[in-house]
Design a protein around this ligand. Structure first.
Ligand code: ZN
Ligand code: ZN
Length: 173
C-alpha cells in the first residue's frame, strides 16, 4: 500500500466514524472520490459522472443541499486528511472578497469596499513635488508665499525677467 493510499484509507475510516449517516448515503458500497460541494470549483455534468456513479452524484447533491455545512465539513476533513487544501471563497472585508463580488456579478458590500479603499490608500505613493530652481519666477513666488525674503538669485532672476519684458515692449512699439 502506498503512502497516499494509506492516508486515503485513514481519511475514509475517520469519515466513516465521524459521519456514519452521510457515509452510508454516499460511500456505503464502494470507495469513491469525494467531490467538492456544489459551487465554484466543483465539477459539473460529465466531469462529475466520470468521478462518480450517477447514483452517487445524486446522493452527493442531495446531501450537499440538505446539509450544506455537514457536507462541507465532510469534504474538508477528507481533503485535509489527504494532505490537501480546501478552496475557501474569499471572506468579506478583504480585497479578494471585493474581487469575488465582481466575479459573481454583484455590487461589493460595504466591508469589501472599505477594505479595497484602505488598500488603495496604502498603495498610494504621493508624487514628489518638483521644485523649480531659484532664479525663476516660480521660485521667487514660492519665497513670497512662504513669507520669506526672496534669495539673491531669485531677485536677480526676477529683475532680469522684468528688464527683458520692458526691452521687448520698447521694441514692439
Ligand atoms: Zn463583501
Ligand atoms: Zn530663491
Amino acid at each position: 500500500m502506498t503512502l497516499r493510499a494509506r492516508a486515503q484509507q485513514k481519511a475514509y475510516s475517520e469519515l466513516q466514524r465521524r459521519y456514519p449517516e452521510e457515509w452510508q448515503v454516499l460511500y456505503g458500497k464502494e470507495q469513491a472520490i469525494l467531490l467538492p460541494p456544489p459551487g465554484p470549483g466543483s465539477p459539473k455534468g460529465r466531469d462529475r459522472n466520470r468521478l462518480h456513479s450517477k447514483a452517487q452524484t445524486r446522493a452527493q447533491l442531495r446531501l450537499a443541499h440538505a446539509h450544506p455545512a455537514e457536507y462541507r465539513a465532510l469534504y474538508r476533513a477528507w481533503v485535509v486528511a489527504l494532505g490537501g487544501k480546501v478552496f475557501e471563497p474569499a471572506r468579506c472585508g478583504t480585497t479578494s472578497g471585493y474581487q469575488r463580488h465582481l466575479r459573481e456579478g454583484g455590487w461589493a458590500c460595504e466591508d469589501c469596499l472599505q477594505a479595497t479603499r484602505d488598500a488603495a490608500r496604502r498603495a498610494y505613493v504621493p508624487k514628489e513635488r518638483t521644485h523649480v530652481p531659484c532664479g525663476t519666477w516660480g521660485a521667487y513666488m514660492r519665497h513670497r508665499r512662504a513669507g520669506e525674503k526672496p534669495c539673491r538669485e531669485c531677485l536677480d532672476g526676477v529683475n532680469r525677467r522684468n528688464k527683458e519684458r520692458i526691452a521687448e515692449r520698447r521694441r514692439a512699439s
